[in-house]
Design a binder for this molecule. Structure first.
Ligand code: MN
Ligand code: MN
Length: 277
């Protein structure tokens, strides 16, 4: 049996709803992430591996983990209403992107359900541009929109290694805590309280571990470092996304498999933290 299939209308409270967001219109450099979601689910269900997480939670046909398939989107702004529908069922949305621009409409829906949201953001890039190439919805800009609209009260970014003058100014303006890659250490504390949204850009990994991304930025995390951080998290996570897998750049599907592994460990974390299961 694979990962359970479901529709939004059949979601139960506290289900973790995996939903594909096949959208890359706001990618600045290369297209490709719109094709990512089903390929990542295929990797989770690959016969080359099993469904157990490292702490022995069996995700096969798990009653609280549901794959909703790709969202059908007429435009970018439909993302907000689809996430709002999932939240209305009391479920936890886990969006599989898509480029990083999707996090802004997702946060519009999240902030309507949760006040005092904080964001934990893994990325090689700050994605704080006021606009890029004249596009204020660029995948390089979602956190500028989120912070200026007050959709989140705090933003911590981990793994950043591409700051420039403009983005440093933006980070200061919005009070963003940037844990850049060169100052990161495994025992660093991620002090976040209240409800937390986790946004994971695949390019936070070193391109040696995840070549299937549009922007190769050397000097990033190993897969094991990321898994250790995930396994150590003790936060009230109420929504997640994993974005920027670009299958056109992948080598033998290794990045899809790495995305699958990270999703499995994030699901394990969610299932172990949520006392209502
Ligand atoms: Mn990003
Ligand atoms: Mn990035």
């Amino acid at each position: 049996m694979p990962i359970s299939r479901a529709k939004i209308s059949t979601l139960k409270p506290w289900d973790i709803a995996l939903i594909g967001i096949p959208f890359d219109d706001h990618s600045s450099f290369l297209k490709g992430p719109s094709n990512a979601p089903p390929l990542i689910i295929e990797a989770i269900e690959s016969d080359s591996a099993n469904y157990f997480t490292e702490d022995l939670i069996d995700l096969e046909d798990h009653p609280n983990v549901c794959w909703l398939g790709n969202a059908s989107l007429r435009d970018y702004f439909d993302i907000e209403s689809i996430i709002a529908e999932i939240l209305k069922r009391g479920a936890i949305p886990f969006s599989i992107g898509g480029d990083h621009s999707i996090t802004y409409p997702i946060l519009k829906a999240m902030s309507a359900s949760y006040s005092n949201l904080s964001i934990l953001h893994f990325d090689a890039h700050g994605d704080l541009y006021d606009s890029l190439d004249g596009n204020r919805h660029s995948h390089a800009s979602p956190f500028a929109r989120i912070m200026e609209e007050g959709l989140s009260q705090a933003l911590i970014q981990v793994g950043i290694r591409t700051l420039n003058d403009h983005q440093q100014t933006q980070a200061n303006k919005f009070g963003v805590k940037v844990i850049d890659m060169r100052n990161w250490s495994p025992d660093i504390e991620l002090n976040l309280s209240g409800s937390v949204y986790l946004s994971f850009d695949m390019d936070v990994l070193d391109p040696a571990f995840a070549p299937g991304v549009s922007h190769h930025e050397p000097g990033g995390f190993t897969t094991r470092e990321v898994l250790r951080m995930i396994q150590k998290l003790d936060l009230n996570i109420v929504g997640l996304d994993l974005v920027e897998y670009n299958p056109n750049r992948d080598l033998n599907g290794i990045t899809a498999m790495t995305a699958a592994k990270i999703i499995k460990e994030l699901l394990a974390k969610m299932l172990s933290l949520n006392k209502s299961f």
